[in-house]
Design a protein. Structure first.
Length: 191
């Protein structure tokens, strides 16, 4: 539309849309800060899956029958702002002295691993229930994946604590972590 001058009404409408979009952006940012603060204030260890957001939001392949679905999925993934939320959580938890660990999903395969015994079995996306054939453990698939991520992260946390003591906090609150640090400082002063 080069060479065509927009009318006053068009400019007014563009301005309204811009105001609405910036308001939505501020609301999303506010929500990210509230959620990340809530997560950090009640946990000393935060484990998330390492997500390939670029790959998740790629355009649908040409000739794909589900192009509209993919476009809608991409839009909703980007609307939530997962990347921004993860970076806020990471910065706040490290600032507070906690642990932030991204679980490598390609290596660990949390949605296909049993959190109880570690047995792996390939599942389709339609299977929403985790049922282990080895140890007969059963729970929701997403809960099982979260437990696998937490178990993996706890192992990483313990190895990064320089093998302090077996009583170190595994996944307690920030209060527990602070108490542990104060106790360590006091023992260093008196020793």
């Amino acid at each position: 539309m080069s060479g065509v001058k927009g009318s006053r009404r068009w400019k007014k409408a563009i301005k309204k849309v811009g105001k609405i979009q910036s308001k939505v952006g501020r609301q999303r940012q506010n929500w990210h800060h509230q959620v990340s603060t809530q997560i950090v204030s009640s946990n000393s260890l935060v484990a998330t899956e390492k997500l390939n957001l670029k790959g998740m939001t790629k355009k649908a392949k040409t000739g794909s029958k589900r192009k509209r679905q993919k476009t809608g999925l991409n839009r909703s993934i980007l609307d939530v702002g997962i990347g921004n939320l993860k970076s806020l959580i990471k910065s706040k938890i490290t600032e507070a002295g906690g642990f932030y660990i991204e679980v490598p999903t390609r290596k660990v395969r949390p949605s296909q691993t049993c959190p109880n015994c570690g047995h792996q079995k390939k599942k389709t996306l339609a299977e929403r229930q985790h049922n282990c054939e080895k140890c007969l453990y059963s729970c929701d698939r997403d809960v099982a994946a979260a437990q696998v991520c937490l178990n993996w992260a706890r192992g990483q946390e313990l190895s990064s604590l320089d093998a302090e003591s077996p009583s170190s906090t595994l996944c307690g609150s920030m209060r527990q972590l602070g108490a542990k640090k104060r106790q360590k400082r006091l023992s260093q002063r008196s020793g």
